[in-house]
Design a protein around this ligand. Structure first.
Ligand SMILES: Nc1ncnc2c1ncn2[C@@H]1O[C@H](COP(=O)(O)OP(=O)(O)OP(=O)(O)O)[C@@H](O)[C@H]1O
Ligand SMILES: [Mg+2]
Length: 219
C-alpha cells in the first residue's frame, strides 16, 4: 500500500517558484489501477516522480508498505523504490548505448535478479518489438521506445508500476495492446498501477480516477 501525507512540491524560489503539488494526501491500496488525469502542467509527472522516490517533496511524507521514504538519503531512497516500483517515464529514459533488449533487462542486471524468460518473450512479442531487440534507442521510433520502456517496467513484476503517459507516442491499436497488457499483468500478478494519461480510453480499465488541477487533487 502507498500513502501520501500532506505532500507539497515547490520548484525554484522567489518569483519563479512553482507550487507544483499542493497538500496531496492519498491512500492507494494494493492491486488498484488508478488513472491520473489533469491538464498539462497540473503536476502528474511530479506526483509520479515523488512516489517513485526520484524526487524529494518540499514537505510531507510518502509511505511504501508502511516504510516512510523521508528517513532515507537519496541513494537509499532511489534503490528501495526501484526494487518495489517499475516506472515508464514520460521521456522513456532509455540508456542510449544499450540495445532495446539490454534496456528491457536492465532492472534484472541492476538488482542482480533472475527474470522470467517466458514472460520477457511474451512481453516483447505482444508489444511487437521482438524484431527490434538488437536496435539502439536512436534507431527506434518514439512508439517503439515507449514499448521498450513499458516492457522494462514490467519485467520483474514489481508490486507497483507507475506509467507516465504510456501511450503518448502510440496509435490507437498499440494503445489498446498496452491497456490489454496492463489488465493482464494486474490480474496475473496483482500489481498496483498508477497511470497518468490524457487518453480517456484508460478510464475503462481503471478502478479509480484522480484529477489534478493546478497541483491539487480535485475532490
Ligand atoms: N524541474 C522543474 N523545475 C521547475 N518547474 C518544474 C519542473 N518540473 C516541472 N515543473 C513545473 O511544475 C508544474 C507541473 O509539472 P508536471 O511535469 O508535473 O506536469 P504534468 O501534469 O506532468 O504535465 P504534462 O501533461 O505536460 O506532462 C508545471 O508548471 C511545470 O512547469
Ligand atoms: Mg507529465
Amino acid at each position: 500500500m502507498l500513502t501520501l501525507r500532506n505532500v507539497n512540491m515547490k520548484y525554484g524560489s522567489g518569483n519563479s517558484q512553482v507550487h507544483a503539488l499542493k497538500n496531496i494526501t492519498l491512500d492507494i491500496e494494493s492491486n488498484e489501477i488508478i488513472i491520473l488525469m489533469g491538464k498539462s502542467g497540473s503536476g502528474k509527472s511530479t506526483l509520479l516522480k515523488i512516489i517513485a522516490g526520484n524526487l524529494q517533496p518540499t514537505d510531507g511524507d510518502i509511505l511504501i508498505d508502511g516504510i516512510s521514504l523521508s528517513k532515507f538519503k537519496t541513494s537509499k531512497r532511489v534503490k528501495l523504490c526501484s526494487e518495489k516500483i517499475g516506472f515508464v517515464w514520460q521521456d522513456f529514459q532509455l540508456i542510449d548505448d544499450m540495445t532495446a533488449r539490454d534496456n528491457i533487462l536492465l532492472p534484472a542486471f541492476i538488482h542482480k535478479k533472475d527474470y522470467d524468460v517466458a514472460y520477457y518473450e511474451d512481453l516483447v512479442d505482444t508489444l511487437g518489438i521482438s524484431n527490434r531487440l538488437k536496435h539502439y534507442p536512436d534507431q527506434l521510433s518514439g512508439g517503439e521506445k515507449q514499448r521498450v520502456a513499458l516492457a522494462r517496467s514490467l519485467l520483474l513484476k514489481p508490486g507497483v508500476v507507475l506509467a507516465d503517459e504510456p501511450t503518448g507516442a502510440l496509435d490507437s491499436t498499440n494503445s489498446q495492446v498496452i491497456m490489454d497488457i496492463i489488465t493482464k499483468a494486474h490480474k496475473l500478478f496483482s500489481q498496483t498501477f498508477i497511470i497518468a494519461t490524457h487518453d480517456e480510453s484508460f478510464l475503462s480499465i481503471g478502478h479509480r480516477t484522480l484529477h489534478l488541477r493546478d497541483g491539487a487533487l480535485v475532490k
